[in-house]
Design a protein around this ligand. Sequence first.
Ligand code: ADP
Ligand code: MG
Length: 703
Amino acid sequence: MKRNCTRRFSRKRRSAFQLIAVNRELQQPVTAIKGIGEETSEALREMGITTIEELLMHIPYRYEDYEVKDLAEVKHDEKVTVEGKVYSEPSLTYYAKKKSRLTFRLLVGRYLITVVCFNRPYLKQKLSMNDTVTVIGKWDRRRQAITANELKLGPLPQKRELEPVYSVRGSVTVKGMRRFIQLALAQYGEAIIDPLPLSMRRTYRLISKQEAIRAIHFPRSHEELKQARRRLVYEEFLLFQLKIHALRKVQREHSKGIAHSFAPEKLHDFIARLPFSLTKAQQRVVREILTDMQSPYRMNRLLQGDVGSGKTVVAAIVLYAAVLSGYQGALMVPTEILAEQHAQSLQALFASTDVTVALLTSSVKGKKRKEILEQLACGTIDIVVGTHALIQEEVNFQKLGLVITDEQHRFGVEQRRILREKGQAPDVLMMTATPIPRTLAITAFGEMDVSVIDEMPAGRKKVQTYWVKHHMFERVLDFMEKEIQKGRQAYVICPLIEESEKLDVQNAIDVHSMLTHYYRGKYNIGLMHGRLSSEEKEEVMKAFSENRVQVLVSTTVVEVGVNVPNATVMVIYDAERFGLAQLHQLRGRVGRGDEQSYCILIADPKSETGKERMRIMTETTDGFVLSEKDLQLRGPGDFFGTKQSGMPEFKFGDVVHDYRILEVARNDAAKLVQSTAFWRDESYQWLRLYLHESGVLDGEKLD
Ligand code: ADP
Ligand code: MG
């Protein structure tokens, strides 16, 4: 009993990546290592290291590079290690209180160079002519000099080129840590089990696990380090992907989801009555989703489609399918404006059917709210569109069969779970307009099936994008005016000030009054921000969509989903404050009708990446290209801007740089899980055991 508990605990703690698959011997306390006593063990415990495995998995965060190169090959400012003989008496000068400079000449092979040491006056006593010393520092090519970071008396400390540097705490030193790990490797290195069968290692020429762990700590060369990393990254990604694929298999086999069944003619009629014909991509994703819904598996699908690719109508079609099968559907969106718009679009689309669509947000109150809640519970409402209001406890469904979330990355795992659990294993579809880079899609969303709308409705013109500096603002306003005179409308989005809605609002108010002044009342300028009540917001949006307002000054509340096809100009003020994904979203508000649209970025970015972002925006309108760039510029951690995104953390792998390995590992994992050999052959026993230990096979969920 007790054993079981501790196993569960350790499983949780190590769930990110169980590195050395399940080897009991390595799970002994570090004191089992000869040479590590109680005192050291206590110090290590302070650092979270208790077992031998944990010690071996304490990976260097960098390496001291002792590689000795011929000085002729070292670039200016590059770090260099040299061993040489002191060739002149060191001279010491003080140039300020306690600031000193020590210089001497050093003979390195056939080169005579200068060594400069700052603020280490005591070295003067220790150095004498002809002494052999090792110097690590920055190479100044022009002056043929090294500014020393480290100076050691004596020859190169080891013949090893790379020396591991560990993060340490308390009484543990880096040197000590090197020694402990050396002891652990010497006594227990052999006990490291390789979970990868030899056949797999051969295929990719991967070094063994034992070799890799040794080399990641004490690499004999850069090449060896590279091979060790490659091997460990592959294993890490493979285990991660195996878990995902095994989980999917288990879920498919055991899930008692809903097998939706409906008359296809009715659905065809509905599609035929739409004001446009579906794009090929829309047809394909509808088919994918419906197939999933008809199967008894519980659908868990991500629908990706760039802004304007037409996800709403796809949602409508599959919601209709759910209703035709006798179930209710729910569509959850992140903002009230979006909820209202979606409710309106769906009501329009379903006008010719007997499907009832209701809107539920926190501003639906009193009697109306009570009514909707009752009708949801007894099933007279077929489809409900709403915000977080949908996951309140008071909301109950009679028979919820399909849950859709729009802009799904805005919701946390927990919120999606609550909504899901309002039905009996309903099918789940998550929509997103943030094109997720492939890299992230297969890590963060690996456990889902993915459908992609990769085609825009015909006749869409690309939004022309320009980047201008602030001093050109008046010309931008004149350009806007020309468009307005053609009967078009414009958005002006105001700077985003992080963490301060109040400042955002103030900005919008300022820009609004500036425009009112500039156009001297010729046009109606609307103002939209998060401090307005939802009635006020709705009124402004309504006025804008009916062209009673020609220019809408707004904070980023219009970012998602808003649809006013007559708007052709999107001006984004201080555009450098926005991320690429967000700029792309904003740009997606125009170019929704037949007219040529424009996006104007006003920005004076100071940093190079800021400039780079502006350039990329003007160069491409492809959301996937943008998202890949965004990922490269910002890194995966920042991409979604939230910890809830479910991005796993890897110890060795980097989803951006090691993308190729990730892709290979994913394909391998998918094939393995489907093969009979994997579930039977002895060579896969460790991988199978790993899956057992991580709880995937007894149906535990990843999220
Ligand atoms: P998003 O994917 O950004 O949510 P929407 O669903 O809002 O996009 O669709 C954008 C616009 O394109 C809407 O006005 C919608 O009516 C229109 N639309 C959707 N599908 C098509 C199509 N196949 N042909 C023409 N217009 C379409
Ligand atoms: Mg949308």
